[in-house]
Design a protein around this ligand. Structure first.
Ligand SMILES: [Zn+2]
Ligand SMILES: [Zn+2]
Length: 142
């Protein structure tokens, strides 16, 4: 499997992980939007065990079971991990060295999307998703 690699904006934080991506999804939840200061977040999952980090990261406990990390130098969001799925790390497609390889398969938390975000794709649009799954232990895309 091709290795996945990425870095933050300033380059101080570098990561690599075993491919392929376990799943991909665009998350519209308010937590993700605020944490990334973005219209929505392009996530993918990898096996946590396979992720190798280099560089200075800060960690923020964004909800009871969720920890998000950021580059300590430039502030780029770098990961999401929940105790509910201890074997997975969620990474941001926009930190990939090669973001063109990313293929989203669904929208999640569609119920929280911003009214001015216009999406014209044919992907499934799940009303909930990530946070709901992270709290309840249900499958992410259910
Ligand atoms: Zn950085
Ligand atoms: Zn989210």
């Amino acid at each position: 499997m091709a290795e996945l690699t990425g870095h933050c904006f300033c380059g101080a934080v570098v990561w690599r992980a075993a491919g392929p991506m376990l799943w991909t999804a665009l998350c519209h939840c308010e937590d993700c939007r605020r944490a990334a200061s973005s219209d929505y977040v392009s996530w993918f999952g990898v096996r946590r065990q396979s992720v190798v980090w280099q560089g200075p990261r800060s960690f923020y406990r964004s909800s009871e079971k969720v920890t998000r990390s950021f580059c300590k130098t430039c502030g780029t969001p770098t990961s999401f991990e929940t105790e509910v799925f201890p074997h997975e790390t969620l990474l941001y497609a926009n930190t990939l060295n090669d973001p063109e390889i990313y293929e989203p398969t669904a929208h999640i938390f569609w119920s929280e999307r911003l009214p001015w975000v216009r999406v014209n794709d044919d992907l499934p649009k799940h009303p909930k998703g990530l946070q709901h799954a992270a709290q309840s232990g249900k499958r992410l895309l259910d």
